[in-house]
Write a protein that binds this ligand. Structure first.
Ligand code: SF4
Length: 114
C-alpha cells in the first residue's frame, strides 16, 4: 500500500491522460475517414413511401403545376434549403439521409435556400 497522497492535480492529470488515451484514436479515425459524397449513396427509389408522399420527382420540369400548387418554376433540389453538400447531378437531402436525390429533382417540401 502506498503512503503517497493522491493530490487533486495528480488525479486531474491521470483523468485527462485517460480521456486522451481513449479519445485520440476515435478522433483520429473520424478525421481520417473519407467523406462519403451524396453521389455514393443509392438513388432514392421513386416508390419509397416518403418520396411518394412528398411527390418526389427526378425532373422538376415535369412537375404538374396544376396538381402541385406548391411548385414554383425554377425550383429543384439543387436550389433547395434541404440540400446537403454542393449542387450537382446527384445531391444529398436532409429528408432522405440514406439516399441521393437528383439535383434536377423536386418534392413538395422544397424551400428556397436561405
Ligand atoms: S426536400 Fe428539397 S432537396 Fe430534398 S427532395 Fe425535396 S426538393 Fe429535393
Amino acid at each position: 500500500m502506498s503512503n503517497t497522497p493522491s493530490t487533486p492535480s495528480r488525479r486531474r492529470f491521470l483523468h485527462t491522460a485517460a480521456v486522451a488515451a481513449v479519445g485520440a484514436p476515435i478522433a483520429f479515425r473520424l478525421l481520417t475517414q473519407p467523406a462519403h459524397a451524396a453521389s455514393d449513396k443509392p438513388a432514392l427509389p421513386l416508390d419509397n413511401p416518403q418520396a411518394v408522399a412528398l411527390g418526389y420527382v427526378e425532373d422538376a420540369s415535369k412537375v404538374d403545376a396544376a396538381a402541385r400548387p406548391q411548385f414554383k418554376p425554377g425550383s429543384n433540389c439543387n436550389n433547395c434549403n434541404f440540400i446537403q453538400g454542393e449542387p450537382g447531378e446527384r445531391v444529398g437531402c436532409m429528408l432522405f439521409p440514406a439516399n441521393s436525390v437528383a439535383g434536377a429533382g423536386w418534392c413538395v417540401s422544397w424551400a428556397a435556400k436561405a
